[in-house]
Each structure stands twice: as C-alpha cells, then as structure tokens.
Design a protein around this ligand. Structure first.
Ligand code: DI6
Ligand code: FE
Length: 384
C-alpha cells in the first residue's frame, strides 16, 4: 500500500507559477520567491482540488415524479409504461436547446464546485442520436468556458436503446459506431463509455463500440456489473479501460483482471443508495489485489441525483467500509487516474496544476465524517 500511504505536511507551503505547482513541501524548505503574492492559509487543511470522475450532469428536466411513484409502490415497469425511465430523460434532452441545457446544468456544476471540485467528467448518453449526443458534448464543453473548472467529456452513445430503434439493439449499436468518427473528428470526447447490462447492451455489443473507439485512438471506460454480472469488469480490463464503474456484481476474476490491466475501480455509492441495492462492490478484494479505487457521484436524474462529493465520501466509508485515506484518494488521485489525468492533477506535486481545496477543518477524517455540512474555505483552479 506504499503509494496509498498518507502524505500530509504540518506547516506546509505551496508555490505556484503560471498555474502550475513549482514547490510543495514544508515551510522550512520554502525557496525564496521574490515578488510572489503570499496567501496565509492560517493552519487550514489544504488538499488537491476534488475530482468527480463520473457524472451525467448535462441532462434536461428531472425524474422526481418517477421517484414519487416508486415511493408509492410503483414498479420499474409501471414507471416505464407511464413514460418514465431513461427514455423520459431522452425526450427532455432532445426537446432542450443547447443554451437551455447549459443553463439547466450549471446549478449542478456549481453545487460540485462549492465543495472544492476542480475537475469534472461529464457524459453524453441522453441524446442517443448524432445530433443530440453532440449537443450534449458541446454543452459540456461550454460549461468549462462558463466556470473555472476542468471538464473532461465522455461519449456514452451506448447508454440505452432509443424508442425509434424498435428494440433492435444490434442496429442501434451500428449507429453508435457510425457516430464515433464525427465525435472524434470534432474533438468532442476525451473517452468512450458504454452501459453493459441486461437492460442495456451485451458485452459483444459493447466490444463493437470499443473496437471503433480504439481504432480512433480514444480511451474507453465502462458501466460494468451494476445490476448483474455480465463480466463487464473483465471486458473493460481486456480493452485496457481507464476505469470500470459501479462493479456491485463484479466477481474475483473480474477484479483480478482489473488489477492486471491497471483499470481503476470507480465506486458509485450514490446509485447504490438511491436504488436500494444490497449487493456491495468487492472493495476488500480490490484493496487486497491493489486495484485503485475512485469515488464519484454518478450525478444523473434516474439513479443518483447527487451533487456532493463530500457526501459521496461519507457513503463510501459508511456503506462500503472504505478508509478515510481511500475516500480522499478516491476523489483526488485515483479519480485523476480514472480520467487519465494523473500527470496533471489529483495530487499536490511539483509540475501539476495548482488545483487545490482549502478547508476549515483540521484533519481529512473531518471531511469524510460530516453529513450535509460544507467546510470549504476556498477553491484554487490553476493557481487562481
Ligand atoms: N447506470 C445508471 O444507474 C444510470 N445510467 C447508467 O448507466 C441510469 C441513468 C438514468 O436512469 O437516467
Ligand atoms: Fe453512470
């Protein structure tokens, strides 16, 4: 666990220049920096800026009515027959203009930023045709221009079957494969994702999408083994995926394959909580085999309407027995790894972006332990 070990400095100091860290260590070793502007953090805890490495935060409308129906005892099928489920989010997104999407998504982004987030991943997957998938990705890129935050976009065309596909999953997957070159040509996606599940797409269908993504030089990641074990973790590992996400039903072979491939396990306790799942991801097994674990909100209107990484950390600890160090690493270093960004952010080290969160707390445990309290003092993105 050497590289998971806690490294904190008492009386630490950080020097940034042109947005990058040029010194991080103890105050006693501080180089002289003539003319530098000094900020006294007055003994506060400074961590890397938080990273939410799995969100669907660009979406239109919400599904509170569906939530209420389910509280009243409605089954998923009844909700779907009443026009609910992912297809209702697809309908809402297709009806929204790009401006409208940006405007609706900003409050969710702002909620994340208010808790010290400096990097966020945003997936498409509610458009399900070229025009609406690209509209979502462009909206995600525009959010980066609206705020001081790094946005990484992921193309999730293989999220659900649109109603116009009339049940033909193979034919829709071919359409997704045809969308990819245009998405890549326009530079709209930093990665490609899929939903490998009985209610979504089979491993063979996902493999079609991954083959095309690889041919275009795009890294892949996968919603794997969330509701059943279709061996999605092993599939992701076989493609050298940056991450496999959810993983409640992942077995030992899948976890071992991830360890071998260096695929990060992205744990999403918000969805586990919200759908009242009882099967937990094999965290102890991941730990034992050195699979890196990240934590993310999965912010989406259907299964995780969550916009708090602090609460996500608390859930990781309480529901899945993750340690404080694992939770904090899960929303910083390992989240950066899950996005392929570890060279640039995720830790406080020389050469990386000066992406920092400054907290009114004394120890990392305080960040994980509170529920519904935000102790952020300030947020620094690229030195600002
Ligand atoms: N897994 C989920 O839990 C969500 N998507 C996914 O791939 C569901 C998204 C939704 O219901 O809107
Ligand atoms: Fe998701």
């Amino acid at each position: 666990m050497a590289d998971n070990s806690k490294i904190t400095f008492e009386r630490g100091a950080i020097v940034a220049e042109h947005g990058r860290i040029v010194f991080a260590g103890v105050e006693a070793d501080l180089p002289t920096t003539p003319g530098a502007e000094t900020v006294d953090c007055e003994g506060r805890l400074v961590t890397p800026g938080l990273i939410d490495c799995h969100t669907h935060l660009v979406h239109a409308g919400n599904r509170a009515n569906e939530f209420e129906m389910r509280l009243g005892g409605a089954t998923y099928e009844e909700v779907a027959r009443a026009g609910g489920g992912i297809v209702s989010s697809v309908r809402a997104l297709r009806a929204a203009t790009e401006d409208h999407l940006v405007r609706q998504s900003l409050p969710r982004l702002d909620a994340l930023l208010s808790e010290g987030v400096t990097t966020v991943e945003i997936k498409s997957g509610y458009g399900l045709d070229l025009q609406n998938e690209t509209k979502s990705l462009v909206a995600a890129r525009r959010l980066a221009a609206e705020r001081d935050v790094t946005v990484r976009t992921t193309f999730l065309g293989a999220h659900a079957l649109p109603s116009e596909a009339n049940g033909d999953k193979n034919a829709y997957i071919e359409k997704v494969v045809e969308m990819l070159p245009e998405v890549a040509r326009r530079g709209l996606a930093d990665a490609v994702d899929g939903f490998c599940e009985g209610i979504a797409f089979s491993p063979e269908q996902i493999a079609r999408v991954f083959d095309k993504a690889k041919a275009l030089g795009l890294p892949v990641k996968l919603h794997a083994d969330q509701l059943s074990n279709l061996h999605g973790a092993a599939l992701a590992a076989r493609y050298g995926a940056l991450s496999a996400d959810h993983l409640e039903h992942t077995d030992k072979e899948g976890a071992a394959a991830m360890a071998e491939a260096g695929t990060v396990a992205v744990i999403l306790p918000g969805a586990f909580y919200f759908i009242r799942e009882t099967k937990k991801p094999p965290v102890a097994f991941f730990r034992k085999h050195g699979v890196k674990m990240a934590l993310a909100t999965d912010c989406n209107p259907g299964t995780s309407p969550l916009t708090s990484l602090l609460l996500t950390m608390n859930m990781g600890a309480t529901l899945f027995h993750m340690t404080v160090d694992e939770c904090l690493a899960g929303v910083t270093r390992e989240a950066a790894r899950a996005l392929g960004l570890l060279a640039d952010t995720g830790t406080v080290e020389t050469g990386k972006w000066a992406d920092l969160a400054i907290w009114n707390v004394e120890s990392p445990a305080e960040l994980v332990y509170r529920i519904g309290f935000n102790p952020l003092h300030s947020r620094v993105w690229r030195g600002k």
